[in-house]
Design a protein around this ligand. Structure first.
Ligand code: GLN
Length: 482
């Protein structure tokens, strides 16, 4: 049962082959047995989950079915959950219980899903390896000496290890796609504004977007349909109607023109290139036309991102002052010391680094040189994508330059860490939707294929992903068989 997809579990529940209580207990037991080694969960919400599963089972017995009745899921610990602790991977929020649910949480709860826990993540979503969490590193289920990627490392590792059929994530510069790639699963970051950010703890508000982790494209489509849509509580959420992504992606595949940016392949690792090229051949034989394109400025993406994201985070994180909520330092003499000590004691080194960089980039005298310049690059990157999408339906490339790296390998080299996002950050800067799906292996570690679409073209992305998964079986590989 733990190997079943969301779509299969939905059918099993509807046909009463399994109850929600049985499913929920099964996944909770797997988490209890296997997670001590992986550390993918910060909070297990057993009691809450069992109660909800019983309510759903009672509804089902009365003939009431919600769209995703009784299916267990894990929420990234960046989404506020009423009555359940929300830490954002930080000592700052170690004891924080939100008085409300994030919209994403509310929508999935209303759809009938059962939250079994909150997943581990890089502190305030800043990181690419899940090593900046206050709650310890998450391990990659394919090899526990390796990182699962970040910042949504716990959400990705738990789905990859079959501890849960699906989970939520957030992506500011790659935090859904990069860990999906490194753990061999699917992860989609929709268009900026497609999903409400209400109750999703802010890192860099002009880049943050919620999405999901699943094992198949069809499952991603199912979940995305339920979390998308306008929310009066988030003024940046879009009023565009939400298609039925699952119905769209399983329709007969229509031939597509796909662009491959030369910048994504220049200097790429030989094996990654070989795996990528092989997949292009498969798609070429099966209804896709490929075209070389150029996204010249995408190489500047990481530099622009590492100014814009810290600038926004320095502002967003100013709310953690030890006064209103979060960690409060003890034995302080005055208000200034309260601010200083609370923030010094409760933020980890990566968060402090970002706040410092952001404050510096925004300060008088440096604003034009850094922040304004980064915004100009951002605009150029957006324009290049806009031009590309006049010629192609989708853009394809590897999600990451290489497979997962070893725990500790990049912790002392922030620049090397930041560069693991080289293929993912540009889409956030342009607000575009993108997805990573498994495309093969190098040295027994998974590799991801990134599909980038034009604004609100999630259906096209999912359709190609689904088509690809009909032609290949990488998405069915499980770390336990390894
Ligand atoms: N790895 C990137 C960073 O550290 C992206 C993080 C994210 O998408 N939340 O900023």
């Amino acid at each position: 049962m733990h190997n079943k997809t969301v779509s299969e579990l939905k059918k099993a529940i509807e046909k009463k082959e399994v109850s929600s209580l049985e499913l929920t207990s099964l996944f909770i037991n797997r988490i209890k047995n296997m997670d001590p080694e992986l550390n993918s969960f910060i909070t297990l919400t057993e009691e809450h989950a069992i109660d909800k599963a019983k309510i759903i089972d009672k509804e089902i017995s009365k003939g009431i079915l919600r769209p995703l009745s009784g299916i267990p899921l894990a929420q990234k610990d960046i989404f506020c959950t009423k009555d359940i602790k929300t830490t954002c991977g930080s000592k700052m929020l170690d004891n924080f219980i939100s008085p409300y649910d994030a919209t994403v949480v509310e929508k999935l709860n209303d759809a009938g899903m059962v939250i079994v826990g909150k997943t581990n993540m890089d502190e305030f979503a800043m990181g690419s390896s899940n090593e900046t969490s206050f709650f310890g590193d998450v391990k990659n289920p394919w090899d526990k000496d390796y990182v699962p990627g970040g910042s949504s490392g716990g959400s990705a590792a738990s789905v990859s290890a079959r501890l849960i059929p699906c989970s939520t994530g957030t992506d500011t510069g790659g935090s859904i796609r990069q860990p999906a790639s490194l753990t061999g699963i699917c992860g989609i970051k929709p268009t900026y504004g497609r999903v409400s950010r209400f109750g999703m703890i802010a890192f860099a508000s002009s880049l943050d977007q919620a999405g999901v982790f699943t094992r198949t494209a069809e499952d991603s489509a199912i979940l995305l349909t339920h979390i998308s849509g306008f929310d009066p509580k988030d003024s940046t959420s879009s009023k565009n109607p939400v298609p039925d992504y699952a119905a769209d992606c399983t329709k007969k595949f229509k031939s597509l023109i796909i662009g491959i940016p030369s910048e994504f392949l220049d200097g790429l690792d030989d094996k990654v290139r070989e795996v990528f090229d092989e997949n292009i051949r498969i798609l070429e034989k099966n209804g896709c036309k490929f075209k070389k394109i150029s996204l010249k400025s995408s190489k500047l993406g990481v530099s622009a991102y590492q100014v814009v994201a810290p600038a926004e985070c320095s502002s967003n994180l100013s709310r953690y002052d030890g006064v209103r909520f979060g960690y409060r330092a003890k034995n302080v003499k005055n208000i200034e010391e309260l601010y200083k000590k609370s923030r010094s004691e409760a933020f980890g080194p990566e968060v402090k680094r970002r706040i410092l960089i952001g404050t510096y980039a925004l300060s008088a005298g440096y604003y034009d040189a850094y922040y304004l310049k980064a915004q100009k690059i951002r605009k150029i990157i957006s324009n290049e994508f806009e031009d590309a999408f006049k010629e192609v339906d989708l853009i394809l490339g590897p999600t990451t330059p290489d497979t997962a790296f070893k725990l500790g390998e990049k912790t002392n080299d922030p620049i090397a860490m930041y560069l693991s996002d080289v293929f993912t950050v540009s889409t956030n800067l342009a607000g575009l939707p993108a997805m990573s799906i498994p495309m093969g292996f190098k040295n027994n570690l998974p590799l991801g294929l990134q599909i980038i679409g034009n604004h609100f073209d999630e259906s096209k992305i999912l359709s190609l992903a689904h088509h690809y998964q009909n032609l290949t079986d990488w998405h069915t590989k499980s770390p336990q068989e390894n």
